[in-house]
Design a protein around this ligand. Sequence first.
Ligand SMILES: NC(=O)c1ccc[n+]([C@@H]2O[C@H](COP(=O)([O-])OP(=O)(O)OC[C@H]3O[C@@H](n4cnc5c(N)ncnc54)[C@H](O)[C@@H]3O)[C@@H](O)[C@H]2O)c1
Ligand SMILES: [Zn+2]
Ligand SMILES: [Zn+2]
Length: 371
Amino acid sequence: MVAIRGAVLERIGAPRPYARSRPLAVSGLDLAPPGPGELLVRVEAAGVCHSDLSVVDGNRVRPVPMLLGHEAAGIVEAVGAGPAIGGIAVGQRVVLTFLPRCGQCPACATGGLTPCEPGSAANGAGTLLGGDIRLRRAGQPVHHHLGVSGFATHAVVSATSAVPVPDDVPPSVAALLGCAVLTGGGAVINVARPAAGQTVVVVGLGGVGMAAVLTVLAHDGVDVIAIDQLPEKLAAASGLGVQRTYTPQQALDAGVRAPMVIEAVGHPAALQTAIELTAPGGRTITVGLPPPDARISVSPLGLVAEGRSLIGSYLGSTVPARDIPRFVALWRAGKLPVQQLVSSTIALDDINEAMDRLADGGAVRQVITFD
Ligand SMILES: NC(=O)c1ccc[n+]([C@@H]2O[C@H](COP(=O)([O-])OP(=O)(O)OC[C@H]3O[C@@H](n4cnc5c(N)ncnc54)[C@H](O)[C@@H]3O)[C@@H](O)[C@H]2O)c1
Ligand SMILES: [Zn+2]
Ligand SMILES: [Zn+2]
């Protein structure tokens, strides 16, 4: 058993401001040793993503109590019994990713296009891939979040949730590779796949959308148009080097149309905007995660007569072990400045305030660091 500190979600749907209702309690927990095929990781950095907020506000209902956080990186401190998976050894820095892959199911044979079936089932149940719960508080089980539970000093994860990165990748960059970059960047390199002379529109400029923007900017000769309803997000995109930024209404009024439009908001109105901005022959790629009962209105004729398509992408349709090295190479070449996505560095104890800032739209990525 390792004594750890972590941020546990006690109840879903607490009222705002979270700074007052404090749905996340930072407390001591017991972490059981890693089982076969698992790793004990000392967490160095963890990003705060909207998918964490969606558990807090009830848009994505998960079992509680749950130790949140799914975008994290750290150092391997112990490897469970049995054959080493992916050659991961004690002392390595690993990026943690939020969808463990069994490697055996039909979905795992699709090159990243389809989420792993047992991995998704374990995530829904709040367990590790093997079905176990390694977290306890006062003797009672606490669920894992997406196989990571990174808002903590330490985590036990399936080795299939971890990808080693070289030591020169800083912890906060490594953490953001695990969700924002895999999701937003993966939607660009695996689904949009733009060619020189083309334009990609990104709707929604949080960590995921901004990572998509940065990834488009890493492509020579490809233009990007950045869209958000908040002027400060448009200013932040300009700061990254984006030439054309619009609010949704401005973009519609200006007649913006592009062959690839990525929606990274998680609200049906934003997907509606993304569909309207997609040119004939183009593809609308949706990565936002709205509540399960959200619906949009689509003209089937518009899709058929204009030869357009609508594609969903989970985890950027990536195979993390294949794609994280591609993003590391771009980062090392200076073409993907992931560190620019970090809008602030915070302490674990500030997690409720961080959820307020994220809900208000003021943050790109807030990163928790651990000493
Ligand atoms: N598909 C996946 O695998 C995956 C992975 C991670 C996150 N997500 C989801 O992606 C979405 C984005 O995550 P994030 O952490 O970047 O969120 P975020 O809250 O940081 O950013 C969302 C942005 O959208 C903007 N926005 C809100 N409504 C808008 C509208 N109608 N039109 C245009 N912009 C609007 C906000 O101002 C904000 O800047 C969330 O739904 C999250 O759950 C999906
Ligand atoms: Zn995320
Ligand atoms: Zn699988």
